[in-house]
Ligand binder design. Sequence first.
Ligand code: CUA
Length: 361
Amino acid sequence: MILRAASPPRRAIVRERAAARRIVAAATMVATSCAYAAWPDQNALRPAGIQALRIVSLWHWTLLVCGLVFAAVLTALAVALWRRAPASTASPGQDDRLLPPDPLRARRATRVTRAATVVSVVVLSGLIIADVLTDRALSRLPVTDALYIEMTGHQWWWDVRYPGDGDGGFATANELHVPVGRPVIVSLKAADVIHTFWAPNLHGKKDMIPGRDATIAFRVDKPGTYRGQCAEYCGLEHALMAFIVVAEPQAQFDAWLAQQRRPAGNPTASFADAGRRVFVAGACATCHTVRGTPASGTLGPDLTHVMSRSMLAAGTFPNDRAHLARWLRAPGTLKPGTTMPASTLSPMEQQAVIAWLETLR
Ligand code: CUA
């Protein structure tokens, strides 16, 4: 077979197409960034709780001190570079490096070096003390009457469990609801690899290591919705492993709790009911639980009240009909590497399943 090089006009077309693809990719990135901008706040510099406040004040002190040290070092360097060397006392032909040092200059240099060493030790000790004090303050959060939540990191989503008062509690996914002003203890586990819990507006990071139990305690003092993110590289979709913390007044939180505890209701529309039957009898039920139905899989998120969540697939996209349909049809196009398989259901069955999922509020 003879391979022919692309002719000049053809090469131009290939180049134009590649450029067009790059422009589309850049536009998609900008559009996605804009969409992200409208998402919940994820900012360590805007604390919403007492512990985040302590961390941010430590950060401001560290920034100030290190900034001043950096400026001082640069100034000393600039002075050393620009200061004129003293006139040499060496006679012609003599190497002035062999002359004995000027005792006055040597004493001054020793004094300056000693002073700089003392200042460095004092500054570094100050930062270490501030660090230790902050750490102690973080661990001293009063936790009487704390709300207890269990969170397990999976590749790449978060299982969230609220233990009940004798009723076994309930599970949800990728979204924590907490009452404002009340301490929260989150028990952290990892199902597969190391993940890290991090909600920057609320607290620092805490590793989730398989086989090791850890807890993090925090209190949210400002009502709002905050974004958290897995902060330990955990595989292909590490970047798309986010969660949301909704901090609301106690009454609102109690209403949410009561609503989440309820099992899924029976759909009234026959199309949605057909979707329920497809879901329960098919592959969906082997991975997902919907309380109140025979679907009791535990490999994927609990979907009992999936429509009450604002985002899907661990904060990857908004929870709406269009995204849900695409997620069912081709999950890999929204989150490459996801363990959610593409649906083998017919288009009509997929529509029915979506109609049923939309009733799970
Ligand atoms: Cu989980 Cu990174």
